[in-house]
Ligand binder design. Structure first.
Ligand code: PLP
Ligand code: COI
Length: 345
C-alpha cells in the first residue's frame, strides 16, 4: 500500500501508478495501454482544446468489510458517457470496454485503494473522453482519446457529512434551457466557475442554480444534485437541465426501499421554507447536508433570505440514506439492488 495518511485525504489529485489510454481512429480503438506518465502528447489543434470537445465521468471503488473490492454502478457511468459523447458527436467506448478499463485501473493502482477502516476514503475513477485530432473548423472530432484516470480521495469539502452553507445564484446560470446541462461535458463546469468563485469569496461552498428558463424552480449545484426531505418524503427536482445523477437515482430507490415516499418533480424556490432537511448528492460529495441556504436577488447584492436546516449536523433521514448507500458500497449490507461490480483480485 502507498505510504499515505488516508485520514487526511481530500478531493484532490494524487499521482498513482498508471493511467490507461486508448484512441479511437480509423474506425477502431487501439489496444489499451498503461502509462506511468500523466503527461500526454497530442496535437495543439485538438478539438478538446478549442471547442471543449470533452466529457467525463466520476465513480468510486471501495474496499469492503470482507476484503472484496467493489465499483459502484459502473455500467450507469458507461451509459452516461455514451450519452455525453453522442451530444458532442464523438465516439465512446462500449459499456464492456468501459467497465473492463475501470477494473484494470483499480488493479494497477491497488496501492492507492484506501483501507476499509477509512470510511470516508475511496479510489475515485475519472474516465475522460476528448477529441484529439487536429482541426480548425467547428465540428465533432473524428478521433477520440479515452483515458481512465484515478486518484485516492476523501470528502469533497471538509469532513464526511460536514454541513455546508450554499447560495442561490439568480443572476448566473450553469446551463441553458435546451442546452448541455444534462450532459457531463467539461463546458458546463467552465460555465459555473465565475459564479462559483464569487460564491467562494462570499464564504459559500457551492452555488445552487435555478432553472434557466423560468428562474422559478430549483435545478442543481455545480457538482451535485439537490434533494430535500419533508416529513417522510424524499423530494428531488425534475428538470431537463440537470445531470441525471447516479447517486440521486440510487437514493430514490433506497428511500422507497426504506419506506419513504419519493417525489421527482419541479421544486419551486418557495418550498425551501417547508423542508426539514436539504442536501447535495453525487459521487464526489456523497451526501453533503446543507445547513444554511441563502437566496439573494443577485450574488453581488447585500439583501438576502436565509433558510436554515438542522443544527449543523446531518439530519436523521439523510443520515439513514447515507448509511444505506455506504453500507452497500462497503459490503456491510446486502447489495439488494445488484449495484456493485466486483473487481477480482
Ligand atoms: N450534478 C453535477 C453537476 C455533477 O457534476 C455531479 C457529479 O457527478 C452530479 C450531479 C452527481 O452525479 P453522480 O451521482 O452520477 O456522481
Ligand atoms: C463526481 O461527483 O463524480 C463529479 O464529477 C463531480 C466533480 C465535478 C467534482
Amino acid at each position: 500500500m502507498a505510504n499515505i495518511d488516508w485520514s487526511k485525504l481530500t478531493f484532490s489529485y494524487t499521482k498513482t501508478n498508471t493511467i490507461l489510454r486508448t484512441v479511437y481512429k480509423d474506425g477502431a480503438w487501439t489496444p489499451v495501454e498503461s502509462l506511468t506518465d500523466d503527461n500526454l502528447t497530442f496535437s495543439s489543434y485538438a478539438g478538446a482544446l478549442h471547442y471543449a470537445i470533452e466529457c467525463f465521468e466520476g465513480l468510486k471503488a471501495f474496499r469492503g468489510k470482507d476484503g472484496r473490492i467493489r465499483l459502484f454502478r459502473p455500467e450507469e457511468n458507461a451509459k452516461r458517457l455514451q450519452r455525453s459523447a453522442k451530444f458532442l458527436g464523438i465516439e465512446a467506448p462500449s459499456v464492456e470496454m468501459f467497465v473492463d478499463m475501470c477494473k484494470r485501473a483499480v488493479l494497477e493502482n491497488i496501492d492507492y485503494l484506501p483501507p476499509y477502516e477509512e470510511e470516508g476514503a475511496s479510489l475515485y475513477l475519472r474516465p475522460t473522453l476528448i477529441g484529439t485530432n487536429p482541426q480548425l473548423g467547428v465540428q465533432s472530432s473524428k478521433e477520440s482519446t479515452f483515458l481512465m484516470l484515478c486518484s485516492p480521495v476523501g470528502a469533497y469539502v471538509g469532513g464526511a457529512l460536514d454541513a455546508v452553507d450554499v447560495v442561490i445564484a439568480r443572476n448566473y446560470d450553469r446551463a441553458a434551457g435546451n442546452g448541455s446541462g444534462s450532459f457531463k461535458v467539461g463546458g458546463n463546469y467552465a460555465c459555473s466557475l465565475y459564479s462559483l468563485n464569487k460564491a467562494h469569496d462570499l464564504g459559500f461552498k457551492a452555488v445552487l442554480y435555478l432553472d434557466p428558463v423560468n428562474k422559478k424552480y430549483i435545478d442543481e449545484f455545480n457538482s451535485s444534485n439537490f434533494f430535500a426531505i419533508k416529513g417522510n418524503t424524499y423530494i428531488t427536482p425534475k428538470s431537463d437541465s440537470i445531470l441525471p445523477s447516479i447517486t440521486n437515482m440510487s437514493l430514490e430507490t433506497a428511500a422507497a426501499h426504506l419506506g419513504m415516499e419519493v417525489e421527482r418533480r419541479p421544486v419551486a424556490v418557495e418550498e425551501l421554507s417547508t423542508f426539514d432537511e436539504v442536501g447535495e448528492c453525487g459521487t464526489a460529495v456523497v451526501i453533503t447536508p446543507v445547513h444554511k441556504l441563502v437566496d439573494k436577488p443577485t450574488l453581488e447584492s447585500e439583501e438576502e433570505t436565509v433558510y436554515t436546516y438542522g443544527d449543523g449536523q446531518c439530519g436523521p433521514k439523510s443520515l439513514k440514506l447515507y448509511h444505506f448507500i455506504k453500507g452497500i458500497q462497503r459490503g456491510e449490507i446486502e447489495d439488494v439492488f445488484n449495484w456493485n461490480v466486483e473487481v477480482e483480485l
